[in-house]
Ligand binder design. Structure first.
Ligand code: GLY
Ligand code: MN
Ligand code: MN
Length: 436
């Protein structure tokens, strides 16, 4: 992402904040996995959105209209010994030169500097409650100003949610963001194709996960979430991530896997037969979910509201479940009774962006939000019929099907960013095992 993109974002936010305000954003904390091992570091998405800066132990401060600099970055100092052990640091000079900060200070000096910056402002834009340690630190800075009230110091008197303006900005993707999301989709498309091509009965789910990872890393991306690789009964567990069971002849395999490029996520699901041939019952459910997805994608257009695609999917799925004998009754009544939830218990999508379940309100003024160009959402209907489902014939058991694609709302309709990955059942059959 080019630095002018970040300049634009900071400018937009600062314009909304007004000149009596200050915004403070801490970087994500480092999280310990076990003893001396950390989880792979991932920057906080709000912080990343405004700075592009990927190091921990940083704090970004935006002070609109401040003469001596509006964007201040606190970060780690350069330190040859630490860098030998743990990797390169940008340092304060780099923060200014590469990341466009007007001024930069060592993070160790923040207690001395930040209260002075806060004192100049009335309103603080901050995301309270996300990082309790930092909440506490911020309060201690404010209290240190209050303690000096008799000496004429004035603490800010208004705390405002930073999320409110920022998350609305994040909901509308710029050209540069869409381009990053295309790349995230492309890496995931290759990963899903490879998974299909290397699948055969008798291998383990983790083998398929390895094929996905191969393509993610080959493309220079990381997974945007832990892939779900669930064969047979595991296809009916929505958030299955054990990925360690054998793939059996005759079973379906559900793969939900996305890549992250430049911080931006893709989120794609495909379901296919392990042996390359859908059984009739599997194909019936697959084609029903596909029809539901197509109906939902048709409704993902500007002017429709957020819930229209979901309503469309529910309608197709419920009618189809009645036709297949899995639900009994009149579709309209079954929809009112939410009878479909027995087999379709999640929603049809979510916003997608820097976070897989991206930020942005789904309702505005108590109404579903209208879809507008630049928004990106997933469309991901499914049907899940675990073994032992009461009153359901055995041939339907262990069929879990989800089809998920990433959809950009455009001026004229939409563009499916993940359309390069086939959903056609015949084409999928042709791909499965084709590299073996
Ligand atoms: N991969 C999580 C989801 O589909 O929402
Ligand atoms: Mn999703
Ligand atoms: Mn998904």
């Amino acid at each position: 992402m080019q630095s002018k993109e970040y300049v634009k974002r900071r400018k937009t936010l600062m314009r909304m904040m007004g000149n009596d305000a200050i915004a403070i954003l801490p970087s994500a904390p480092v999280r310990i996995r076990n003893r001396d091992v950390d989880y792979p570091y991932r920057q906080d998405s709000d912080f990343l959105y405004l700075t592009g800066f990927e190091e921990p132990e940083s704090v970004a401060v935006l002070i609109p209209g401040r003469k001596h600099g509006q964007y201040i970055l606190f970060c780690r100092e350069k330190d040859p010994e630490q860098e030998t052990w743990h990797g390169r640091r940008t340092g304060q000079e780099g923060a200014i030169e590469t990341y466009g900060a007007d001024d930069a200070f060592p993070i160790t000096d923040i207690d001395d500097i930040l209260p002075g910056l806060l004192e100049e402002r009335d309103r603080v834009f901050y995301s309270m409650g996300r990082d309790p340690e930092f909440d506490h630190q911020l309060m201690s800075w404010v209290n240190s100003i209050r303690e000096r009230a008799r000496a004429g110091s004035q603490a800010p008197h208004e705390f405002v949610s930073l999320e409110y303006p920022l998350h609305d900005m994040r909901l509308y993707k710029s050209r540069a963001e869409v381009s990053a999301m295309r790349k995230a989709a492309k890496a995931a498309i290759s990963a899903h194709q490879r998974a299909m091509m290397y699948c055969e009965p008798g291998i383990n789910e983790h083998h398929i996960e390895a094929e996905l990872m191969y393509e993610f890393h080959l493309a220079g991306t990381v997974p945007s979430y832990t892939p779900i690789v669930g064969g047979g009964d595991n296809s009916c567990i929505l958030h299955y991530t054990d990925n360690n069971q054998l793939l059996e002849d005759g079973d379906l395999l559900l793969i939900d896997a996305g890549a992250e490029h430049d911080g931006y996520a893709s989120d794609i699901t495909r379901t296919f037969p392990v042996n390359g041939r859908f059984k009739p019952a599997q194909r019936d459910i697959y084609e029903l979910v596909l029809a539901a997805q197509e109906a939902a994608i048709k409704k993902a257009i500007p002017g429709n509201h957020w819930n229209d695609p979901h309503d469309a999917a529910v309608k197709v799925l419920t009618k189809g479940l009645v036709r297949l004998g899995l639900l009994k009754g009149r579709p309209a009544q079954l929809i009112r009774d939410e009878a479909y939830k027995r087999f379709y218990m999640h929603r049809t999508g979510h916003w997608l962006g820097l976070d897989v379940h991206d930020v942005g309100d789904y309702r505005v003024d108590e109404e579903w939000r209208l879809l507008e160009p630049g928004m990106v959402m997933t469309v991901e209907p499914g049907i899940y019929i675990p073994a032992g489902s009461k009153g359901v014939a055995r041939r339907w058991w262990n069929i879990g099907v989800r089809i998920e694609d990433d959809v950009l709302i455009t001026r004229d309709g939409n563009e499916v960013l993940s359309r390069g990955l086939t959903r056609d059942p015949d084409e999928i059959e042709g791909l499965v095992g084709s590299a073996l």
